[in-house]
Structures are given as C-alpha cells and as structure tokens.
Design a protein around this ligand. Structure first.
Ligand code: NAP
Length: 479
C-alpha cells in the first residue's frame, strides 16, 4: 500500500487549500519519510460539508447495506495487513510483529461493528395510558469529528470509525501529526471497500485549527477524542461551548498489583505485556507496580530477568521487542521520572537511561524501592520504565491504587477469589484485569472514569456513543 501524501475528502485525494505541508519522520532513524498536508479551517469545513452531504444518504442506506460495506473494510484491512504493518512501523517505530498485530486488532472492530449494525434496537415502553403508545428509537448523531493519537495509529481510528459507520454516522478523522500515513491509508481502504464518497474523510494538519472548526461548525454534532487528558479537557470545554456531544479516551496511571498469593510467573508475564508493549507507550500501561512485601524481592528478581531479555532496536529487524520512543520529549520524560525517583531513594535494577543505540532508543528499566512521593507515582510515564512500590495489606494496596486522578485500567494478581471480587468492586477504574495483563478486545467496553475520560469504545456499548435516543408518543388510539 502506497504512502498517501494527500488528504482524503469527499472521496478525492487533495492537497491543503494553501498547499502547505509538514515533514513526517521515522523515529527509528530520524529520516524524513515524506510529507503530509498542513490543513487548517477551510479544509476542515470542506470535509465537514462532504460528510454532512454523505450523512443524508448513508443514514438511510439500511443496516444490511452498511453492514456489508463495514465488513468489506475488515476484509480489506486484513488483505493489506502486512503493508499496513510496515507503514505503521516506519512512522511510529513499534516492532513489525506488534504493528501487524495492531492492524489485525483494528480490523476486528470492523468485523464486530458490521455485525452490530443489525442490532441497533429501540424499545416500546409499557404505556401508563390505554390510548397512547410510547416508542423509543435510536438515530445516528450525524457528522462526527475524530481526533486520534500516534501510539496506535491504526486501531484508535478503527474503534471510532467502525462504530460510527455502524450507527449511520459519517466521519472526519484528524490523526496525530507524527503518524499520518496509517490514517490516510483508511482512504484507500474506504475506496476499495466501496464506502460512498464523503462518508469517511481524513485530514492532517494544525490540530488547534481543525479542532476549532469541528467544535464551531453546526454541521458537526459530535467529537470523539483519544489522547492526553490535558488536551481532552481543553477540547471538551471547547466542544461544550457549542453543545457538541463528546467521547473522551484519555490518559491513565494504571496500578499493577501483585499479592503474596499470586502466581508470580503469570504476574511477570502480565507485567511485561502491560508495561513494555509498545515501549510502554500505551494508555493502559502498568504505570505503578505495587507488590506485597512477602513476594517483593522474588518478584523483582523474576521481573528483572524478563526486562533484561528485551531486545531494543529498529522495529523492522527480526527479534526486536522494543523500538524507539516517539520523540525527544518522550525520552526526556522517561529520564526525568528515573532521575526524580532515584533522587528520592529508588534503586535502578535494570537500564536507567538512553540506550547505546542512541537517538530515541531507551533502555527497558526496572526501579525498586520507589517512594510514593516520586513523580512516577502520580504522572503517566508513557515509556519503558517499571517502578516497584511495596505494600503490606489489601486495604493499603487499594488505597494506593485509587490515589490518582486517573481511572482507566488496573491489574491485580491474586489466587483468592474473594479478594478478586473485592478488588473489582473497589478499584475506581473503567477496566480491571484480574490475573491478566492485557484486557483490550473488540467485544468488551474500553473506557475510563475520573480524568481518564467519558464513554466506551468497542462491544455492544460502543455504538451507543454514536446514537441519539428519540422518544415518540403516539396518542389518540381507540381502545
Ligand atoms: P495528545 O498530545 O493529546 O494528542 C492527541 C491528538 O490530539 C493528536 O491528534 C494531536 O494532534 C491532537 N491535538 C493536539 N493539540 C490539540 C488541540 N489543542 N486541540 C485538539 N486536538 C489537539 O496525545 P498523544 O501524545 O498523541 O497521545 C498520548 C496520550 O493519549 C496519552 O496520555 C495516552 O494515555 C492517551 N491515550 C489514551 C487512549 C485511551 O483509549 N484512553 C488510547 C491511546 C492513547 P497533533 O499530533 O497534530 O498535535
């Protein structure tokens, strides 16, 4: 699949209105790999117009026709899995196997929501009046603006786009500037799958201008955002001023709790996938590893061995399990968290600084005896740094886990079923992994509470974010 260096509006490939572009880099090499259009408000208005025109027919297309096209998108994504994976690694840096896995994961949302298209049920509510009937129907909200991050350039779009199309909405997508090509490839996928022009529009460029047009344009009815809590809050306020609906998938600060009775090998395996997948750059990454004192040393030793076994390098090379970080700011943040923690008494067991490969490569790092006043306890690191904290009791672990403004994912390893249920009740998070370090699947609702966001993606609940409820009262019926 070719690298598209134009944006996709109303079924056509085009440049920004003023023909401005920006460079796109490969984080593994620092090389410029191409350019993308630097769109602004006029381009966004054009895309919204196209999406609005297309909405008027797409919403009437019928669930069967929509389901077939969405399913075809699933097939096209899988047909191009290898090429899309290579594109993703080139612009984002994650190892090729992870990139191909992400494409398959994204594709599954199209398969799932193709099926859900047929299940947008309404209700008939028992009427308190003998001569009246109460009917509830569900309707697509309209044109949706999606703004997505760089860490999962394919699947973060898939979770929104597939659900929106199933509901009968049309979409304008603005991906992160670091990873435009995986997003623009959706233009090719849409064309190949037979999506009508204007139903899917993808434009790259100035985030604040594009967001301002999305918030203020009356033809756009909803904004679905995945990214940092800081930007999400600003965007929600901006959208609120124009009474747009919002879905917000924001940052996290996941606790990963290991109790004395846990299967330690399983806990190490879970911690590795939760913490080090995507070089620690996932919103559901274990950010704080809380370990009960009875197994603390043993767990630290086993985890240390697994961390040492990671292979850092360019994601296109065979056997590499950790690619570069996305940019210099990400490297600085990882280093800052390590320096802060060690200045407060934490010990570096593995790694601790930039990798000898240089550039944006960072050593997989394990810190022990990290104190609770370290920055890494309260801030999202978004890098390959695992800090171990110690606790004594279940109550203390729950209090520590909940001591954050975030509430996205959390994890706990224990063999005690009663405790597992108590944790599921008391941990203030949108997602709980019990004896599991990876919870994402298209069939379950993905979403956070507190500062981690609003709404859910995936599952039977995911389509609700793109539907309005309408109540009709039918009176004057003869009894
Ligand atoms: P980010 O800086 O918030 O950027 C995300 C998107 O917002 C990008 O497309 C960015 O565009 C755009 N943006 C930047 N400034 C904006 C503004 N003023 N108005 C509107 N949009 C704006 O986040 P990131 O660094 O890409 O992603 C990492 C964050 O995303 C982490 O906090 C992570 O936890 C979170 N995340 C959450 C989930 C979830 O499902 N909850 C999933 C993945 C990631 P530009 O690139 O052009 O600046």
């Amino acid at each position: 699949m070719d690298k598209r260096q134009q944006v996709f509006i109303d079924g056509q490939w085009r440049d920004a209105a003023d023909r401005a572009t920006f460079d796109v880099l490969n984080p593994a090499t620092g090389d410029v790999i191409g350019t993308a259009p630097m769109c602004g408000r006029p381009d966004t208005a054009l895309a919204i117009d196209a999406a609005h025109k297309a909405f008027l027919t797409w919403r009437e297309a019928g669930s069967e026709a929509r389901a077939q096209i969405i399913y075809r998108m699933y097939e096209c994504l899988m047909d191009h899995q290898v090429a899309l994976g290579a594109l993703l690694t080139e612009e984002m840096g994650k190892p090729l196997a992870e990139a191909k896995g992400e494409v398959a994961f994204g594709a599954k949302f199209f398969k799932w929501f193709a099926e859900e298209t047929r299940r947008v049920y309404g209700d008939v509510i028992p009427s308190p009046w003998p001569d009246k009937r109460i009917v509830v129907t569900k309707h697509p909200v309209g044109v949706v603006g999606a703004i997505t991050p760089w860490n999962f350039p394919n699947s973060m779009i898939a979770r929104k786009l597939a659900a929106a199309l199933a509901a009968g909405c049309t979409m304008v997508v603005k991906p992160a500037s670091q990873t435009p090509y995986s997003a623009l490839a959706y233009g090719d996928i849409a064309e190949e799958a037979g999506v009508p022009p204007g139903v899917v529009n993808i434009l790259t460029g100035r985030a604040s201008e594009i967001a301002a047009e999305m918030c203020e344009n009356p033809k756009l009815r909803k904004i679905s955002f995945t990214g940092s809590t800081e930007v999400g809050k600003r965007l929600a306020a901006q959208a609120g001023a124009h009474m747009k609906r919002v879905s917000m998938e924001l940052g996290g600060n996941a606790p990963f709790i290991v109790f004395d009775d846990a299967d330690l090998d399983a806990a190490v395996e879970g911690a590795m996938i939760s913490k080090f997948r995507n070089a620690g750059q996932t919103c559901v990454c274990a950010n704080r590893v809380l370990v009960q004192s009875g197994v603390y040393d043993q767990f630290a030793e086993k985890l240390g061995a697994a961390v040492r076994a990671l292979k850092v390098g360019n994601g296109v090379e065979a056997g590499v399990t950790q690619g570069p970080l996305i940019d210099e700011a990400a490297v600085d943040k990882a280093r800052e968290h390590i320096t802060d923690a060690t200045s407060l008494g934490a010990e570096v067991q593995v790694g601790g600084d930039s990798h000898e490969l240089g550039g944006l490569y960072f050593q997989p790092t394990l810190l022990t005896n990290v104190p609770r006043n370290a920055k890494i306890f309260s801030e999202e690191t978004f890098g390959p740094v695992a800090p171990l904290f110690r606790f004594e009791t279940e109550e203390e672990a729950i209090a520590m886990a909940n001591d954050t403004e975030y509430g996205l994912a959390c994890y706990a390893y224990t063999a005690d079923l009663g405790r597992a249920w108590r944790l599921m009740d008391k941990l203030e998070y949108g997602m709980v992994g019990v004896n599991e370090g990876l919870v994402s699947t298209e069939v379950a609702p993905f979403g956070g509470v507190k500062d981690s966001g609003l709404g859910n993606e995936g599952s039977k609940y995911g389509v609700d974010d793109y539907l309005d409820i309408k109540y009709s009262l039918i009176g004057g019926l003869k009894t």
